[in-house]
Design a protein around this ligand. Sequence first.
Ligand code: ZN
Ligand code: ZN
Length: 408
Amino acid sequence: MAFEGSISAEELASIQETIPQEVLLTATQEYVIFHVIETPYKNLTMKCQFPLQYPSSPLLFELETKTLPERVKRKLVDKCEQEAEQLADKGQPQVLALWTFLSTLLQSNQLLLCTEHISDIKSRLLTGPHDSLKLSERNGTVTVRVEEAGFVVDFTVKVPRGYPGEQLELRCREATYPPAVTHMFFKQAEEVARRASKGIPLNVSLRESDPAKPSEEVVQLSISQYKHDVKFLKVAGELARMSDDKQMRREKKVLDKREWEREQQQATQVAQTAARSAPTGIPKAHRDGGEPVPALYAVVEYIVNKFARLLPHEKCAHCKQPVIDAIKKGEKQADPAERAFCGHWFHSSCLEHVMTKPPFGMQCPGDGCDSRVFHPKWTSDVKTLERRWAAAQARQREVDDARDFLGL
Ligand SMILES: [Zn+2]
Ligand SMILES: [Zn+2]
């Protein structure tokens, strides 16, 4: 029988001396079982038995792992078989050699857990003729370069030792995209990485990673407020037109007062909503998270597909011109790109125009968009906008009057 052999008392002694007690499960002359545990996410178990001619024949082993990808496991098995055969040719003991090989490899190769994500990144994301991928297994870095329509982004994702329980680190090495936009997308990708390490599912993080997107509840509030505002302005306008009438003036006063009270209520409600969704804006069910999620592919995909590939082709929804220009290192874009809540892009000046000039509460001019334009930097409150506009107009009238007065 093949398994009837055994190791020498001397080899057994050196195994017991070298492999730490807590990972040496069984150690007899007939049977040796040990764990190699690098992290909770990177470990394996090795079971060794011995043929009669051992150590002149290679030992027989079984390698088990629930954490390493199948293709990594197959590679490890091949390597161990080769190693055992080489030692058998020289008639040398093999168990410790395999233990050393496996523990060194798990310790020094930081990309073992990422093989599938890396091959997907290569085949699905880096499809351009000038795209490239550089890997360092020792440092655990994945360096991606993407060129799209004359734009370049070059960034490194570092896979830390405790991945996926420890968060991926992102570093932008070079980008010819506007710095503010680049910064925004990298921050969002980092947030996806952070949440994944806390066990929050990728689809939840990605849905929430829209930079200009307020939380669902705040949008609902804004929309209901918008509807109310339109009604208010209509009624107030009618009353104002009839303001010669004493009764009407009184009614308008009551209406204004009620409106003021409602505004106070609404402000409280918005503050409460914001407090409820703080600090992360993650639905409560996901806030605690489960097992860490491997996020390498998702993070790279976010930067490549949602940012690098898309933005050079994005047109301003207002003026229909490209929303970004390639810029030289250290330069700032004169008219920065801004993304509205609906996902459409605008030049900052174009969005300023859309948001602050009547008609207020305008529908987004983007193709096929039936959403109202929202952006966190501009108020969407129709009443505030009306007031500001009216004040600006009044100032202008006064200036005009003053000019007339002086006859200039
Ligand atoms: Zn524009
Ligand atoms: Zn839109």
